[in-house]
Design a binder for this molecule. Structure first.
Ligand code: MN
Length: 304
């Protein structure tokens, strides 16, 4: 019964529904993590934010909160937002620009309205799990006002992280991975790295790959194996492609932390709850966000 697509590795995706969630005041579709696919390469989180109407003072109202063991990638396709972090960074971000914050052992940040922009806000917030080699080290923030762009068939591609066809993003990455923004208006052939697994998140429009239709509100997961896709356009589309070598280390993710054990997560929780120096301070008019008590501590607390 298997047709040709079933027999070609990397061409027959699993299409998994995203989960609706509320982040700050913005509705998001959470494409990653999925129960059956916690990571795609080192990519471990993907929130399609908006589209939402924001004002100068209300919108992405995400107060200071901590991260550890991961890098955050903020990418907007419409609107503007303001990033503040515990390194002292204050950075406005616009469509086509990349904010990349590496937490290492610890960092805190806030994501706010700009005080000036009113209109639609839409984008994607991504996390990249850091490998053992860097996850205990210093935090870092990078902003790129311009990124490499290239023409791929009937597609304008922007390289957020990694490289394709010799176009290389300057953004830091600690493992072999790629992140692309595709603005598709017709059939396009795209080279792949056969050892990478891939995730496709459609932000707008609709595409098909190997006969499978992919629309907003899902993650299409492709196992390694293919060296090329043909993307067909059902409706002009805006698409995020995430790829990478399957992450070799089992990770534990809880709240805003990526770690390897429950003890590490407990230590991060206690450090933020105690507002100790691990995560630093963020200057923000929004209130800091408290972590929920980890479920594995609830029993102990209740016994006290
Ligand atoms: Mn964050």
């Amino acid at each position: 019964m298997a047709d040709t697509a079933d027999e070609l590795p990397g061409l027959n995706p699993e299409v998994l529904p995203s989960h609706q969630a509320l982040v700050g005041a913005i509705e998001v579709r959470r494409a990653l993590p999925q129960r059956t696919h916690r990571t795609v390469g080192a990519w471990c989180f993907a929130d399609h934010m908006g589209p939402a109407a924001v004002t100068e003072e209300r919108g992405l109202d995400i107060g200071p909160h901590p991260h550890t063991g991961l890098a955050t990638v903020t990418w907007l396709i419409e609107g503007e937002a303001l990033h503040r972090d515990s390194l002292g960074t204050e950075q406005l971000i616009r469509p086509g620009q990349l904010n990349l914050m590496t937490a290492g052992f610890g960092v805190a940040h806030a994501e706010e309205p700009t005080g000036a922009y009113r209109g639609t806000l839409e984008g994607i917030q991504l996390w990249i799990a850091q490998p053992e080699a860097t996850r205990h080290l210093d935090n870092d923030f990078e902003h790129y006002a311009e990124l490499p762009r290239l023409q791929l068939g009937a597609c304008d591609a922007t390289v957020l992280v990694g490289d394709i066809l010799g176009a290389t993003s300057p953004a830091r990455h600690d493992t072999a991975l790629v992140g692309l923004d595709l603005d598709l208006h017709g059939p396009t052939e795209m080279p792949l790295v056969a050892t990478y697994e891939y995730g496709v998140v459609v932000l707008r429009g609709a595409i098909s790959i190997g006969g499978t239709v992919i629309e907003p509100g899902s993650l299409a997961y492709f196992a390694p194996g293919a060296d090329e896709w043909r993307l067909d356009v059902r409706e002009p589309a805006r698409v995020i492609v995430l790829g990478g070598v399957p992450f070799p280390e089992p990770i534990m993710m809880w709240w805003n932390f990526v770690a390897r054990s429950r003890d590490e997560l407990t230590a991060a929780y206690l450090a933020w709850a105690g507002r100790d120096e691990r995560f630093g301070k963020v200057s923000s008019r929004f209130a800091s966000i408290d972590a929920p008590v980890p479920f594995w501590l609830l029993g102990e607390r209740d016994r006290v």
